[in-house]
Design a protein around this ligand. Structure first.
Ligand code: 5RP
Length: 226
């Protein structure tokens, strides 16, 4: 028996496979909602569907292998047909905050290379404006203290992500992540540009104009916005 929120994630995650067709190359997102998508794709592969995927994290890569989904990479693929990924916040304009799991760089690269981006969430992720949660920003470890100062200069409060009191979280790309609080994000696109212009910043968790459809798991059904 799943917790109610997990049930909503499962509903949304599984619904997304309806957009997958035989022969497609897929972007495989990261997180606990997409887990259900990946599991279901594994079932389809077992039943004979021919798809392959590019994973956005090492965790997703492990799941894909476990469920028997053939993997590929950007040496062999130029354009992905569909990417299915999760999000930490979404708005009715389809803007997203991502990176809660620390996979934002690969997630954005894969989304950018996709014809269609489908986001799967539970209904609690809906916000009026992005920024209820801190904005994840991936930075290179060299000079991280200096990068933090630059973020403070634009009124952000960067918190170095840690896995324990003494251990810093390291992304799959070998980088650090700052979780940055901003008072209110009135213009997420501008904030993203400001952050990206800082030497030392690799990518931000602000995904603007990237999602095509958001599938929202609710108690009894899955709603969508596009
Ligand atoms: C990881 C992500 C995830 O997609 C996001 O954190 C949502 O995760 P979950 O489905 O577990 O709530 O952006 O970097």
């Amino acid at each position: 028996m799943l917790e109610p929120v997990e049930e909503m994630k499962k509903k949304a995650g599984e619904k997304a496979v309806e957009y997958i067709e035989d022969g497609m190359t897929l972007g495989l997102g990261s997180g606990s909602t997409v887990y259900w998508t990946i599991k279901k794709i594994g079932n389809l592969v077992q039943q004979g569907m021919n798809v392959k995927g590019i994973p956005t994290s090492l965790r997703t890569q492990r799941w894909a292998k476990e469920f028997g989904i053939p993997l590929t990479n950007f040496s062999d693929v130029e354009l992905l047909d569909v990417t299915i990924d999760g999000a930490d916040e979404f708005t009715s304009q389809l803007d997203l905050l991502k990176g809660g799991g620390g996979s934002l760089v690969r997630e954005k690269m894969v989304a950018e290379a996709s014809s269609k981006v489908i986001i799967v969430v539970d209904k609690a992720k809906k916000v009026e404006t992005l920024g209820k949660r801190p904005v994840p920003v991936e930075v290179i470890p060299f000079g991280w203290e200096r990068t933090a100062k630059k973020i403070r200069r634009i009124h952000g409060i960067p918190q170095l992500r840690k896995i324990s009191e003494s251990d810093i979280f390291i992304s799959d790309n070998g980088n650090y992540i700052f979780d940055c609080e901003f008072n209110s994000i009135t213009n997420p696109e501008y904030l993203h540009k400001q952050l990206k212009s800082m030497c030392g910043v690799v990518e931000t968790g602000l995904f603007i104009n990237m999602a095509d459809i958001i599938l929202i798991g609710e108690e009894a059904h899955v709603s969508h916005i596009r």
